[in-house]
Ligand binder design. Sequence first.
Ligand SMILES: [Zn+2]
Length: 342
Amino acid sequence: MSGYNAKERFIRSLEGKKVDKVPVCSVTQTGVVELMELTGSKWPQAHYDPGMMASLAIAGHEIAGLEAVRFPFCTTVIAETLGCTFDEGSIDTQPYQLDFPCKTKEDAENLSLPSNLAECRRIKIMLQAAEIIKNTISDDIPLIAGMIGPAAIAFYLSGAKNYLRWCITEPELLKHLMKLGTEVCIEYSNMLFEKGVDAVVIIDSEAGPDILPPPLFTELVLPEYHLLTAAMKGHSILHICGDATDILESMAESGFEGLSVEERTDLSYAKSVVGERACLIGNVSPAATLLSRSRDQIKKEAKQCIDDGAGILAPGCGIAPRTPVENIKAFVSARDEYYEEK
Ligand SMILES: [Zn+2]
């Protein structure tokens, strides 16, 4: 059972097949300041320049040792494409939202999608970055792209207040925005798969119980996930921030091959619910552990995740920009030690 390369191991894990050891990577953001300084590809420019995006993403694998290349580093590509505006952020802060297009019900009803997604500025940058990465890395390293999902898209488009209000008063309207979101995710994912991306991570924390009541998840979001995963022509992962415990059963039936959860979701409990229906990904705390704890403690928690049922060992959410590269290396080497100690 040995002799798998990183890509084979990653894909086999998502497909629920046996592997010699669990892959260790990040399906969430990997840009850290140390890597930005080493490569010269710094935020905020690396969000908007395909060459810089590629070199910073590749450094997560080549320098920090993660067994995948993962891009981009923000969650604003689709939202900006659909009319939201953002501040670019800084070297160690993500871009943040300034404004959104759906102030009123009428705005939401009349929102239309751009006619040619591939030509939209931010999406074009992503497609160019995918090409550069594919031409640079060896073919045995998996390439992972992230994008927000239908609920997050509805949230960004309508603003937090409208989203929370409309999920009670205007669920049909929210559903309409989520449907537009699903359409965009399908088209955009498939463009990325065509460029050689191996897996797309749908980041949809606004569908999670911290924000949306679980019955609304089942009613509004789950059908969108079924449509989305049926139409995605490549490997699919769902990432939900916060405590996803109450929707684990639905997540397991959503059609996503990988389920990435934060440390607030208990991994061994998640494994008992999800079983073999999907590959659990996670869930060492990026802030409490990877950023701040000792390397021994990082390794201990990483090994515990494997014991708890992680099919892919990964941080629970995006890596904090000030995380030392040595901590990420310790996280990666924990996986090797785990199997040596067996
Ligand atoms: Zn997260």
